[in-house]
Design a protein around this ligand. Sequence first.
Ligand SMILES: Nc1ncnc2c1ncn2[C@@H]1O[C@H](COP(=O)(O)OP(=O)(O)OP(=O)(O)O)[C@@H](O)[C@H]1O
Length: 293
Amino acid sequence: MMLKLDDVTKEFRIGAFGGKSVTAVRNVSFDLGPGEVVSLIGESGSGKSTIGRMILGLNPVSGGSITFEGRPVRAGKEYYRHVQGIFQDPFSSFNPVFKADRVFGLIKDTYYRTVPGEEWARRVGDSLRDVRLDPGQVLGKYPHQLSGGQLQRLLIARALLLDIKLLVADEITSMLDASTRIDVLNLLADLKARGLGVLYITHDLSLGNYLAERTVVLRRGSVVELGPTERVFGDPLHPYTRELLAAVPRLHQEWADATPVDACLYHARGGTGGLMEAGPGHFVACAGLGTCP
Ligand SMILES: Nc1ncnc2c1ncn2[C@@H]1O[C@H](COP(=O)(O)OP(=O)(O)OP(=O)(O)O)[C@@H](O)[C@H]1O
């Protein structure tokens, strides 16, 4: 597997003297292959961004391991040639005093010093057109002169100039309007078709999840359900997944509460310990109901 998380835990020290700690991520395992989109869903504070940051080498793991192509994550030039992150607020990713050209120039200075200027300009133009941006319109502009959707696409174009294999996309569509969101999702679908792996982080069961072959549902730092997207959406087994699904408004359907779960499928089917495989590749955790042993 290209990316593999194995029993990953993250604790943050908090308090004035670092005497207390919070466990933001607890024993999380999943993997992601080339050309695969995995969506990571969960409410605010469930640990999604922390997982994204650990994959990007921005936070060290406290326990377990994360490997990319068989080697532990090591932040640095070589790693970022293949693994890039894009975040919710595209404005925060750009230095406001740099024009768009300079943003690309930094990539050239770091990775492609020997590429002649003309060739470089051609590559930048191609990657901008790949994300459906007009080079003449965006180069030469400051971040505040571009829309959120344009910036988000600019970030993807920048990533495409590198030889990336994995993109960590953290809430990238939540700031976009509906039509721009569709554009960015279509773009992700193109990237996937080209063999790029994408970890798609989102707090809801929105459109983006349909791009994902597999969905990982996170609650309070732990995986409660994981499996093929159509199984997790079509036959959610954990009460928390059902709640998330019930919160999605659907056309021509009345707003309904999640179907209550009175027996925990995990125990009912003989689960003990970690996640239980309820169907092919479909894993569920104990529901933690009052009736659970
Ligand atoms: N640097 C930090 N120091 C201390 N606690 C942190 C730190 N970063 C995150 N946390 C805590 O870890 C938990 C998970 O946070 P995280 O940002 O990963 O959640 P999230 O699911 O991405 O939420 P959101 O959707 O709101 O971004 C939260 O309780 C948060 O307060």
